[in-house]
Design a protein around this ligand. Structure first.
Ligand code: 13P
Length: 260
């Protein structure tokens, strides 16, 4: 059966923003998103202190909001950690888990990422599970092994029904913040591999949205989003610029894919 897969574009602000500047950006994105076709969903993942601001300014708009991480624990003596339930208190939809910056700078293992994904799901959040290889791993032919293991660790911790509710983002580490995006062929190849891995978990999991992230810009977004297994993007730097982010969302509208 053929069905139309809608597109999802999510901004990851990383550690950027201040109250005053955020307000203009959030309001601008909410306004601009009104013009997008129904087949495009939009979200922004903001730093934790700005979840309340996102809720206030995006509530009732086409734009959902979320966090960039979540604790692997439900609650307790974990100083500085943020529980999934706290994020839900601000009506957030998403929590990014396993971003390569957290894997690299905070030593997060795939097992910890899996626990975070489970916590997010249990609280009612959609985890955006990030996977991706380094340049050295790509050059030594290890891409499939690395991203496969990262995804499998998460799938192993979830039931088929739970796994059907995640979003996966392929973000090659060498393409993040470098201005050097993967080519659409390179990205599609990995996405097709990840799609097969998801499908092996169960039929309900095969159509999980697969986002590409890594130097997505207005200039390369349409070509990436046209690929069969690329269901949208996770956007870093360009999500901080209203015009660029909206242009990427518009490119997603043009690339709505037909899935088998
Ligand atoms: P850039 O779009 O800045 O390369 O960042 C991608 C990313 O890491 C999104 O999570």
């Amino acid at each position: 059966m053929t069905k139309l897969r809608s597109k999802l574009v999510v901004g990851n602000w990383k550690m950027h923003g201040r109250l005053a500047a955020n307000a203009a950006l959030l309001q601008g994105v909410a306004r601009g998103a009104q013009a997008l076709p129904a087949g495009v969903q939009v979200g922004v993942c903001v730093p934790f202190p700005y979840l309340a601001q996102a809720q206030a300014l995006l509530g009732g708009s086409r734009v959902a909001w979320g966090a960039q991480d979540v604790s692997a624990h439900e609650q307790g003596a974990y100083t500085g950690e943020i529980a999934a339930g706290m994020i839900v208190d601000f009506e957030a939809a998403y929590a990014i888990v396993g971003h390569s910056e957290r894997r690299a700078y905070h030593a997060e293992s795939s097992e910890v990422v899996a626990q975070k994904a489970l916590r997010a799901l249990t609280a009612g959040l959609t985890p955006i599970v990030c996977v991706g290889e380094t340049l050295a791993q790509r050059e030594s032919g290890e891409t499939a092994r690395v991203v496969g293991a990262q995804l499998d660790a998460v799938l192993a911790a979830l039931s088929e029904q739970e796994a059907a509710r995640i979003v996966v983002a392929y973000e090659p580490v060498w393409a993040i913040g470098t201005g050097k995006s993967a080519t659409s062929e390179q990205a599609q190849e990995v996405h097709a591999f990840l799609r097969a891995r998801l499908a092996a978990k169960g039929a309900a999991v095969a159509n999980v949205p697969l986002l590409y992230g890594g130097s997505v810009k207005p200039e390369n977004a349409a070509e990436l989003f046209r690929q069969e297994d690329i269901d949208g993007g996770l956007i870093g730097g360009a999500s901080l610029k209203e015009g660029d982010f909206l242009a990427i969302c518009t490119a997603a509208a043009a690339g709505e894919s037909v899935a088998g």
